[in-house]
Design a protein around this ligand. Structure first.
Ligand code: AMP
Ligand code: MG
Length: 264
């Protein structure tokens, strides 16, 4: 996995979407299982102590694996403590507010893990590539985003952002799979082909995001994502490492528990 140093210029062509580190597939899969058990305990501590929260942001090109990564990494976690928000094209009401309004409503409360499947970054990705607002409007948003994330961080939210990096050939294969397999037809969206045409413009927009919004308090992780097993391993490792670092504990027992006798 690559965590670029804060605010250094990112060139995505230097990042191999096929990378698989030096771990073997079976070892990575075994590690994911073990890490998931640890994640369960960490999440219970987060939930029971109710002092901090964790926000996981997932961005990728279409078919990049956002849904399956979320499913894989969070399966087995107590659903009561997790909230997943998927951001689609904004409604009329949402458009009548500032772009962070709908996002702020979905950030995790203390004790919770919040997961963003797409996010406020769409407001400098699709919005920029499709010219949905004037340049003068989206230009300011990188600063708005950094300030917003700082506010969350200062309020006790740990933020991890994942860009699942697939290449164009891999996307073609995954689209083809969606067409070939009846169970995957529902995932195919004809509009995704138009976005595929805009690949280079998206890469440029992502590079700016990964450069300008990669801060100490809310780092981006560029995840090689052509190989699903490696992608899962990388994301799981980053989440568990971050949570280990959050210094989570079960709350202190109430005084006097030792003397309690449960009546018949
Ligand atoms: P999906 O993730 O496949 O359900 O698709 C959701 C769609 O909503 C994608 O095409 C996104 O680009 C689009 N979307 C998400 N956020 C925004 C936004 N702020 N402005 C415009 N389109 C958006
Ligand atoms: Mg889609």
């Amino acid at each position: 996995m690559i965590v670029p140093s804060p605010l250094s210029k990112v060139h995505l062509k230097n990042f191999d979407a096929n990378a698989k580190g030096d771990i073997k597939r079976e070892d990575a899969e075994a590690a994911v299982k073990e890490l998931r058990d640890e994640l369960k305990t960490l999440q219970e501590k987060l939930y029971s102590s109710g002092e901090k929260s964790l926000l996981l942001v997932f961005q990728a090109m279409d078919a990049g694996g956002k849904d399956s990564t979320i499913k894989k990494v969070l399966s087995g976690i107590n659903p009561q403590g997790v909230h997943v928000a998927s951001f689609k094209a904004p409604s009329k009401e949402e458009l009548d507010h500032d772009f962070l309004w709908r996002i702020h409503q979905e950030v995790p409360a203390k004790g919770y893990i919040g997961v963003f499947n797409r996010s406020h970054y769409e407001d400098v990705l699709v919005v920029r590539v499709d010219n949905l607002v004037p340049v003068s409007v989206w230009r300011e948003r990188y600063d708005h985003i950094n300030n917003f994330e700082k506010l969350l961080y200062d309020s006790g939210t740990r933020i991890l952002k994942f860009y699942l990096h697939i290449d164009r050939d891999e996307q073609k294969e995954r689209f083809q799979d969606r067409l070939d397999e009846p169970d995957k037809h529902w995932k195919f969206d004809i509009k995704d082909l138009a976005k595929r045409e805009q690949w280079d413009a998206y890469m440029q927009a992502y590079e700016e995001v990964l450069t300008r919004c990669n801060t100490e308090y809310a780092p981006w992780h560029i995840v090689p994502a052509n190989r699903k097993w490696y992608r899962n391993y990388v994301v799981m490792t980053a989440i568990v490492n971050a949570m280990r670092d959050m210094d989570l504990h079960f709350p202190e027992a109430q005084a006097g528990l030792d003397n309690i006798v449960i009546p018949d």
